[in-house]
Write a protein that binds this ligand. Structure first.
Ligand code: UD1
Length: 449
């Protein structure tokens, strides 16, 4: 089993190790264990993987890659916005002929510069500036970061050492979703329909992962104005605030609902969208804004069309909640789930770790993404009756579904073609439906125990 954290990046882990060692050298200290540098921020990736395993029920990868990460990502910068200095070790040692370390007695950066005389001092500061620029951690804004998907993204970003800011209105998100990373991110409560909130949220950020939404087809049918305010209006506000702040990339949580009743399967990005609900129309409008900002307004971006995401922390309590969270809750209580329609509708149910992996790939892509649209799914589809069967197996129950009329705006079938995102971002699903369902059931059982 591979976890998204396996993708956390050996490169970043190596950088973290070098930064830690070099900072110690600059401070005139011998390289020490991570705990001595930052006790509060010294949790290893191994520890995080163990926690994640407990939380999700997933086993971390047992390959050498994870072993490397667990050793090397022992230094995780806090989210307090401090800068980390990377010493140009080889330049100093070779050009100044003087070691910077415990023996020189000069301590930090100024001491290192003095050690080598004025010429070396200038070279040192130039190199230090370059190195600083390269090593300063980007500030990443996660909108809707207290929500189901957003909180998983925040965890992944914090785990790999990014500085993170969260903005959330708490309309559907919950602060408890971030309990595992408390103190390691900046927090801003507010509604993105208010442009001032967006401006404050975007100040100083390098990139935005825009997850905030009221993600419900039926709720949008009941209240299209609310759906528009939290959808395209908020997205436009956030794009404009990010552009003004000089951000380099905008990653947008788009939706497979944009395909609507297009009959062809699997759904390819080039197909003509046929949205059936205000929610879907709003998500599609957001894609167009992302494209316009990338092509015309100088803010690179990408739209990731999520296919029916599920996993731990998905809120089951609303009638608008995703079907897996709803069925899991009622069936765990021994009640029969309600299927709207005949149960023959299918979905490409996508475990949340896959969505996190896609976002990180989009964030890290070196080439411009130019407002492109990519599907994020698994590439398999499951019918609702099969979903009930799978949950019966996982829970050890034998509950038959009840049937009610189909919901307005509901689509029949949904399945992602992943060719484009594989080619552009190297994305492949990490967790399949069955694995994800087991992990979700295990997490729900653990949290209710
Ligand atoms: C749609 C979008 C998805 C979006 C989500 C937000 C598509 C293909 N997908 O998902 O991109 O993120 O809205 O909510 O349009 N159902 C029941 N019983 C229940 C709950 C749901 O039978 O108690 C049925 C629904 O009628 C639907 C299926 O389960 O046919 C999935 O519903 P849901 O989980 O709400 O997501 P979608 O509406 O498919």
């Amino acid at each position: 089993m591979k976890l998204v954290h396996r993708e956390v990046g050996v490169k970043r882990a190596e950088t973290a190790t070098v930064i830690r060692r070099d900072r110690q050298i600059l401070q005139g200290k011998p390289p020490a264990a991570a705990q001595e540098i930052a006790p509060s921020a010294s949790e290893t990736l191994g520890t995080r993987l163990e926690k994640s395993t407990r939380m999700t029920g997933l086993e971390p990868a047992t390959s050498g890659v994870t072993g490397r990460c667990s050793n090397q990502l022992s230094y995780i910068p806090s989210s307090q916005g401090r800068h980390i200095f990377l010493a140009p070790r080889f330049a100093i040692v070779k050009r100044c002929g003087s070691r910077v370390g415990p023996d020189n007695g000069n301590g930090g950066a100024g001491g290192a510069a003095r050690t080598g005389g004025s010429g070396c001092g200038i070279a040192f500061y130039i190199l230090l500036g370059i190195a600083h620029t390269m090593s300063a951690r980007e500030l990443i804004l996660v909108t809707g970061g207290a929500g189901f998907i957003g909180s998983h993204l925040v965890e992944a970003l914090v785990a790999r050492g990014d500085r993170v800011r969260v903005v959330d209105s708490l309309a559907t998100g919950r602060r408890e979703n971030l309990a595992g990373v408390e103190g390691r991110f900046e927090w801003l409560e507010g509604d993105l329909a208010d442009f001032d909130v967006c401006t404050r949220a975007a100040a100083g950020v390098s990139a935005v992962l825009h997850q905030a939404a009221i993600p419900s087809v039926p709720r949008s049918v009941e209240d299209p104005l609310l759906s528009h305010a939290s959808g395209p209006t908020a997205t436009l506000h956030m794009l404009e605030a990010a552009r003004r702040a000089g951000a380099r990339r905008f990653v947008y949580a788009a939706s497979s609902s944009a395909y609507g009743d297009a009959v062809e399967l699997p759904k390819r990005e080039a197909m003509l969208p046929r949205p059936l609900s205000p929610y879907a129309a709003g998500k599609l409008a957001g894609e167009h804004y992302v494209h316009v900002y990338a092509k015309t307004m100088g803010l690179d971006g990408v739209s990731l069309r999520y296919f029916n995401v599920f996993g731990p922390r998905q809120d089951p309590s609303s009638p608008y909640s995703g079907v897996i969270s709803r069925f899991l809750r009622v069936m765990s209580a021994g009640e029969r789930p309600v299927i709207f329609g005949d149960g023959g509708q299918t979905r490409d149910f996508t475990y949340v770790a896959n969505v996190v992996a896609a976002n990180l790939a989009a964030l890290d892509a070196t080439a411009a993404l130019a407002g492109a649209v990519y599907n994020v799914g698994v590439g398999t589809r499951v019918g609702l009756i099969d979903l009930v069967d799978a949950l019966n197996r996982a829970l050890g129950t034998r509950l038959d579904p009840q049937f009610q009329p189909a919901r307005a705006g509901d689509v029949r079938d949904s399945l992602a073609d992943l060719t484009a995102i594989k080619a552009a971002l190297g994305y492949t699903p990490l967790v399949d439906f069955e694995q994800g369902l087991r992990a979700t059931v295990a997490a729900a059982q653990a949290s209710s125990a």
